[in-house]
Ligand binder design. Structure first.
Ligand code: R5P
Length: 315
């Protein structure tokens, strides 16, 4: 079987291919002078894509990732259905359809922010993007989606998988924390699973977001004096959530504070800001970032096996 990627998820695709023991091929992606994208399945990859199920690893972030993902799925579907007609008449023009077997693995699902309609007329963008992707593939794997409910009941099976087991292993080996803190209620499930796996204490904070850059936590007594603490969240964007949580921990005597997440967006100088508050920042490479130290390959592989099983294809 084969893993392919375009321009935004090469390292994650490589980690997935290594975990599965499959080949990894890179599709041709470039831009026309007016910035429109060009996609091509290279001739030497056509046979590999037709011979077995194929996993495309691609982010729907930033916006250009949505278009690129869509065009890559389209090209892969044409290759698998044997639709190879081209004006230069290179190679066979048609081949037999090889059937189902295109899985889209999305390390970071962009456009997941608007997952509900709060006012009439709003686009539920997470669902809109997911529906478009589902129309071009046979199954989708999504890594640590903040709120999976919006992608329930798509037209193809979806596997929601998490890198928290690998994040827990990494923290145990490098930090060996005494205490895991969830910085808000939304991260409780993820962070508590990390605490359970490590076998350490756990608590959470209650957060109110005033605006994109202003976070307030409700005061809470945390038993962290003299302890090493890791704050675990699904994503870090501006770093505001983590910085405020780290302040609460330091003020209550924590001696070491680390921040760990799946998705390191790290917007607007977030890493420099974070390092004024924490001793270390740990993330997967779901998005390219300078703190990519946790492999996302095993988590994506769990999702791929799940989808292959649901489709009745061998894995
Ligand atoms: C939101 O609930 C998420 O889980 C994160 O806590 C949030 O996106 C982090 O954003 P920032 O780093 O900007 O505080």
């Amino acid at each position: 079987m084969v893993v392919v990627s375009g321009s935004n998820s090469g390292p994650m695709a490589e980690q997935l291919a290594t975990t599965l023991g499959w080949e990894h091929h890179v599709l041709e992606t470039r831009r026309f002078p007016d910035t429109e994208g060009y996609i091509r399945v290279p001739s030497e990859v056509i046979e590999a894509i037709r011979s077995e199920p194929v996993v495309l690893v691609s982010n729907t972030f930033p916006d250009s990732g949505i278009v690129e993902t869509l065009l890559m799925l389209d090209a892969i579907q044409d290759v698998r259905s044997g639709e190879l007609k081209n004006l230069r008449e290179i190679g066979p023009q048609t081949l037999p359809d090889v059937g189902k077997g295109v899985i889209l693995a999305i390390p970071y699902f962009g456009y997941s922010r608007q997952d509900k309609r709060f006012k009439p007329g709003e686009s539920i963008s997470a669902r809109a993007i997911a529906d478009v992707m589902a129309s071009r593939c046979d199954g989708i794997v999504v890594l640590d989606l903040h709120a999976p409910a919006v992608l329930q009941d798509l037209s193809v099976p979806v596997a929601f998988i998490s890198a928290m087991p690998e994040l827990a292993n990494h923290l145990k080996e490098t930090v060996d924390p005494d205490f895991i803190l969830s910085p808000d209620k939304g991260a409780i499930d993820r962070a508590s699973s990390v605490a359970n796996q490590i076998g350490c204490e756990f608590s959470y904070l209650e957060k109110t977001r005033i605006d994109a850059h202003t976070i307030v936590h409700k005061a809470k007594d945390l038993d962290v004096a003299g302890k090493s603490v890791a704050i675990v969240d699904d994503m870090i964007a501006t770093g505001g959530t983590i910085c405020r949580a780290a302040e609460a921990l330091r003020s209550q005597g924590a001696v070491q504070v680390h921040a760990a997440c799946c998705h390191g967006l790290f917007t607007g100088g977030a890493i420099a800001r974070l390092l004024r508050y924490v001793d270390g920042v740990h993330a997967t490479g779901s998005l390219p970032n300078a703190r990519d130290v946790i492999s996302g390959g095993p988590a994506l592989a769990r999702g791929v096996h799940d989808i292959l099983q649901q489709l009745g294809l061998k894995s």
